[in-house]
Every structure is written in structure tokens, then in C-alpha cells.
Design a protein. Structure first.
Lengths: 227, 227
DNA sequence: GTGTCAATAAATATCGATATTTTTGGGAGG
DNA sequence: CCTCCCAAAAATATCGATATTTATTGACAC
């Protein structure tokens, strides 16, 4: 799954050796997710070209790709802007996540398999380790764990939607709280209970724990957004 | 909602007066949906550039945009290809459509409103009229009607997913049957019963009729795909 | 035969310059 | 004082050429 050679290592990762388009895509994506490029802001090609030190073509292409992720809007002949944010949008995303992840998680559990279970355990372990290391590492591990829960569903389109919605939700975490500040809740315990239920093949319990996890976070963020 | 002037009329429609990117986007999209560009086929820039008589930049950007619709895959540093098709993908799409359209339709009905109901009646009428006119007109009107059912949900992200999945499904209609050939079923009656249930604010009945409509079509197409 | 490697051919990706379009701002006319 | 319209400025969109990268081919060694 991750057999790197010196040569193709240049094309993965965070984009240092990748194509200019991919590099720009990853950078801009991060900037929008973290709010460094605020919601609704006009994205001027020239400005971004200077910022990323690359030509206009990679920028334009990256912005077109970000349209897939609903992080950028394209206004024909009038350039691009960072997708606007609103509480209504936030709540829609939360609702969709609950519906779609429920479906994906149940399918994953139904498919089962030891390979998947082991991957799950490993991702969970990595996530806990990453908590000590720092925020960016934890963010990555957190997403990996959540996606691993769903990635046994055999439903790639559904998984894609879930990944998209996950990112959109992260964006609201930054917009609302200015970062990945967590609350008093015992997030680790919530994750553990989802993991345990999944390993027990208890779809109802796993789904319930997962959705509760999302709804609690959603409630917290919703409050933050009201100031 | 559709206040045209001579000036901005140039930027809508099928792309004659629109930007080269938009024009290329619409053309390529149609070609992929109808199978003129077969599933899985390599999409060479030079070849498309010659075909659409435009530069490489609009082509590349259009292909990047088609990535949003899951109609094109991007292989970093190796160009683009039309998204592959499979029966598994077809069935996933059918399943997702049923789940998501059910949700959207119920939300639309819950919101209600005479404006929406009138729009529905009108779209249904246009669709019936278009049946006489010919296939392309009917295709447009058919999609418009189906989307109108959902476009009162107040859930734009969900609507977007539904529209995407609708297109992906259309593609399988062309792949399986070589066109919009309909079967012996009385499609018109199926549409009418969805419309009536929606106008009655009977969400359960409307959803049942709509999903039955999809599943019957899905069954038929599934058979076609087995040869 | 068969596999490897280098040279060649093909295709992609990117740049820099230019054409087009939208936006802005400052009068003239009402 | 407000509105409309035209010119200037800014920004987008597009082109054509070039640099990079990947795919292909054929010779050579094993």
C-alpha cells in the first residue's frame, strides 16, 4: 500500500516534487481549510501566482480541481472565490455526514475481514500516538482513522462523498474555533467506543457511537459559531 | 431567476458565446455522457484540442472541472481519462440516488409552497410536450423535472449530489442501451404518480413512487448490461 | 528467447505574452 | 443630486512555444 522508491516518492506527499498543479492544489486546499484564505474571498490569479511562485496555468487548474471539493466556486469569466460558509451549510454538511457515514460504516462492518480490522486498530493506535506529537500530525491521523472506518464498504463513490464532507467539516472547525482546539469531552473515549463496536461487528452500536461523536462536535461548533 | 439581456445571453446556454473553457466543458461532458468518448478512454489533450478547435488551457481546465462530476479521472503527470464504468459502479449509483433523492424529496415536500408546486406542474407539462419533439429536448426536460422535485429542499449540497448522480446514471443508460430508448413500462404514468403525490404533500407515497421508478429503470438497465 | 537500457518519440505540464472581459471612476446630461 | 455612459485600469481567459515527463522502440548482452 505504501511501497516507495526514490523516484516515485517525488510525486506523492505534500507536493514538493509533484507537478506544479498538484502542489498548488494541496497548498490552496490547506489554506482554504484553515481559513488562511477566508470563506467567500476573491481568489485572484495574479496574487496566488505570486504567492505560490508558479505560473497561471497550474493555479487555474488547481482552482478548477478544488471546485470538486466544493471549496472553491467558479464564476464564469469572473474568476474564482473561496466557497462561502454559513451555519445553514454547516448544518447541512453535518446532516449529510450522519446519513452517508452511517451507510458506509454499516457496509464496512458487513464486509468485515481481518485485514480491515487490523488496519483499524493500527490507525487508532497511530491517532493516539499523534496526539502527543502535535496538531498537524493528529489532524492527518484523525482523518485517516475516520476514513479507515468507512473504507471497507466497497462503495468508492460513497467514500468519496464522505471524505469530501469530512474536509468541509474540518473547515468549519477552523472557522468557528480558529483551530483544532478540543473541548472537555473525552474524544479519545468516543473514538475507542466506535473502534470497539466496529471490531465487535456491532453495526448499530458503532453507528450510534459515531453519529453521537459527530453530533456532539457539531453542537459544540454550532455554539462557537453563534459567538 | 432567468432574466436575460442580450449581453449576458452570450455566456449561458450551450456555450456558443461562453468562455472557451465552459464551451469545452459542456461539449466534453456531453460526449462522455453519451459514450462518444467511451468509458476508460485516454483523453489526449492534443486530440481534443484539434476536435474542439481551441487551445490546450481550456481543455485542461474543462477536464479538471469534469473531475468534479466524476466523469473524468486525473492521473498526475499522465493526463486524463474518461471515468471507467462497471456494473458495480452502476449499482452503487442507483443505491445512492435512492437514498439521497428520498431525503431531498421529503425535504422539498416538507418545505412546500405554491411557487414550487406550480413549477413542478410546469416542468411536468414541458416534459410531456418534449416527448413529441425529440430525444434531446426530452432528455433536458426530464432532468429538469426530476431536479425540480428536489430543488425545494433548501439543501444545496444534497441537490448537487443528486444532480451529479443523475448524470452518472444517464451515462449508463447510453452505455447499456445505446440511447434513451424506453421500455414498455408506462414511464409517463410513473412520473405522473410522483407528481400527484408531491402535490398532495404525501411524502411517503411520493418517495415510494420515485424510488420504484428508479429501481425499475435500474433493473432494466442492469439486464441490458449483462447483454 | 528474454530482459535491460538507452535513444527516440509522444504526450503532458508549464511558462510568458496577448487578447478579452469585467470593473472602476470620472464626467456629461437629465 | 442622481443616473447613465464612456474611457482607463485591472483581472480573467486564452494562445503558442517550450520544458519535462512518460511511453515506445530497438539494439545489445545474457
Amino acid at each position: 500500500m505504501s511501497g516507495y522508491t526514490v523516484m516515485n516518492m517525488m510525486k506523492d506527499g505534500d507536493g514538493k516534487g509533484a507537478s506544479a498543479t498538484r502542489s498548488a492544489y494541496l497548498t490552496l486546499r490547506q489554506m482554504i481549510l484553515t481559513g488562511e484564505l477566508p470563506a467567500g474571498e476573491k481568489l485572484k490569479i495574479e496574487q496566488l501566482r505570486a504567492l505560490l511562485k508558479t505560473g497561471a496555468s497550474p493555479i487555474r487548474e488547481a482552482l478548477s480541481l478544488l471546485t470538486s471539493d466544493m471549496l472553491v466556486e467558479r464564476l464564469d469569466q469572473r474568476g474564482f472565490r473561496a466557497a462561502p460558509a454559513s451555519k445553514a451549510n454547516f448544518e447541512e454538511i453535518l446532516m449529510l455526514r450522519c446519513t452517508l457515514e452511517d451507510m458506509a460504516l454499516r457496509a464496512s462492518i458487513a464486509n468485515g475481514g481481518t485485514a480491515w480490522e487490523e488496519r483499524l486498530v493500527l490507525c487508532h493506535h497511530h491517532m493516539n500516538r499523534a496526539r502527543q506529537k502535535g496538531t498537524p500530525e493528529f489532524e492527518v491521523a484523525h482523518k485517516t482513522f475516520h476514513m479507515a472506518l468507512l473504507e471497507n464498504s466497497g462503495l468508492p463513490t460513497l467514500e468519496r462523498y464522505c471524505a469530501q464532507l469530512y474536509d468541509l467539516n474540518i473547515r468549519y472547525r477552523y472557522l468557528a474555533a480558529g483551530g483544532a482546539r478540543y473541548q472537555k469531552r473525552d474524544i479519545a473515549a468516543e473514538h475507542k467506543s466506535v473502534l470497539d463496536a466496529a471490531l465487535d461487528h456491532d453495526a448499530d452500536r458503532a453507528s450510534d457511537r459515531l453519529l453521537t461523536h459527530y453530533r456532539l462536535t457539531g453542537e459544540y461548533l454550532g455554539q462557537q459559531m453563534d459567538h
